[in-house]
Design a protein around this ligand. Structure first.
Ligand code: FES
Length: 108
């Protein structure tokens, strides 16, 4: 299996820069793909902000208190830790993400 290709997604310009804010999806374009980076209680997640059901945009959806992103169109709920839909009806496309001294990297 090939190792992931890490791409610099968000560069830190100063040590005080913190992207993204907890609970607020930070939307970026990365190699032609729209990616949301979200800071949660135990780290960062990165995912495609598009519902896998019928493609509704999840760009403005914030996780609820239980850690789920709920699509407004048909109420599918996706676990932010792994992208799995609560009823087993699909999975949000998620990407490995890591934070270093220089920024946040996403593996595509
Ligand atoms: S488009 Fe998201 S649940 Fe149907």
């Amino acid at each position: 299996m090939a190792s992931p290709s890490w791409v610099l997604a968000i560069e830190k310009y100063r040590p005080s820069d913190v992207f993204p804010e907890p609970g607020i999806p930070f939307i970026i374009q990365l190699e032609g793909q729209e990616i949301a980076v979200l800071r949660i209680s135990n780290g960062l997640i990165a995912y495609r902000p598009q519902c896998p059901h019928e493609g509704f945009s999840l760009r403005k959806v914030r996780p609820d208190a239980e850690g789920f992103l709920e699509c407004p169109l048909h109420r599918f709920r996706f676990n932010v830790s792994d992208g799995q839909e609560a009823g087993g009806r699909g999975r949000l496309a998620c990407f490995p993400v890591k934070e270093t001294d220089t920024g946040i990297y996403v593996a595509l």
